[in-house]
Design a protein around this ligand. Structure first.
Ligand code: SAM
Length: 275
């Protein structure tokens, strides 16, 4: 029985609220698992199992797959579609309710995140896995094409923002494929892309927390200069903000989108020293 008939048999109806746009094309599902270089050594954490189509493609290659799914009405569907796999655990819960420690205990060691992400919470989910202590070794996710471009953007590009810098500081990111909207059921309003984010080691900065707080504050008001964003974000005078910015060789009129990741590190170190 095909997936759509199985969903129908279980009385399932797609929910916009949960970002349910499913993929059923087996070539595409296998390609996503390949983009993530999933091997028989890997533990894979999937966010949003849906009807279990990507879960199954991952289970064929991985040692173990742990898949979260928030929508309880998919439980009986997943019981049926994932019955052939003995290396899959489905957790019918909202992944954002799980603490870092609970996820660490669940996965038990190194792991990769692979998912066709629900679009309504793409950015918070990415931050959830980027900002934690024990990060996955890689994150390979389908996201809206425009978000994939933002993730991979470099300085002075229109789509460069807090997400681009936060990823670039911790990882190498690349778009592995563009996926047209008609590959999904139901089709979303925009095209998508798969982005693979490979985590790097530690960052050569005095204090990571200062760095990531700075990145968020620097981009808080997109049209404002760095001086304005820093003075608003840190409650400091404009003169003090200007002094710090110029002390690292930036112009007083500089904007966050002009700064490379190295310049963010230098600025974070200057802020940390000042404290
Ligand atoms: N992996 C399936 C596929 O590729 O066809 C489904 C992908 S669909 C874009 C996203 C899935 O994430 C939906 O099944 C949705 O119910 C689930 N989801 C949404 N929010 C979630 C959350 N906070 N925790 C766990 N699953 C969630």
């Amino acid at each position: 029985m095909d997936i759509l008939s199985t969903l129908k048999k279980h009385g399932f109806s797609f929910s916009k609220k949960y970002g349910q746009n499913f993929i059923t094309d087996t070539n595409l599902l296998d390609a996503i698992a390949d983009d993530a270089s999933v091997t028989s050594e890997d533990t894979v954490l999937e966010i949003g199992a849906g009807a279990g189509t990507l879960t199954g493609a991952l289970a064929k290659k991985a040692k173990r797959v742990i898949a979260f799914e928030i929508d309880r009405s998919l439980e009986s569907v997943l019981d049926e579609t994932l019955a052939p796999y003995d290396n899959v655990e489905v957790i019918m819960d909202d992944v954002t309710k799980w603490t870092d420690e609970e996820i660490d205990d669940l996965v038990g060691g190194e792991y990769k995140v692979v998912a066709n992400l629900p679009y309504y919470i793409t950015t918070p989910l990415l931050f959830m896995f980027l900002e934690r202590k024990r990060r996955p070794t890689s994150i390979t996710v389908m996201v809206q094409k425009e978000v994939a471009e933002r993730i991979c953007a470099t300085e002075k590009k229109g789509d460069y923002g807090a997400l681009s810098v936060s990823v670039a500081l911790r990882a190498d990111a690349q778009i592995t494929r563009v996926v047209k909207r008609d590959m999904f059921t139901p089709p979303p309003n925009v095209d998508s892309a798969v982005v693979r984010i490979d985590m790097l080691g530690g960052i050569a900065v005095k204090d990571e927390k200062t760095l990531f707080t700075l990145v968020k504050k620097a981009f808080a008001m997109k049209r404002k200069t760095l001086v304005n964003n820093l003075s608003a974000g840190y409650g400091m005078s404009k003169a003090d903000a200007e002094e710090i910015i110029t002390s690292i060789g930036l112009k007083p009129t500089a904007r966050a989108e002009e700064l490379s990741k190295e310049q963010f590190i230098t600025l974070a170190d200057a802020l940390f020293e000042r404290k």
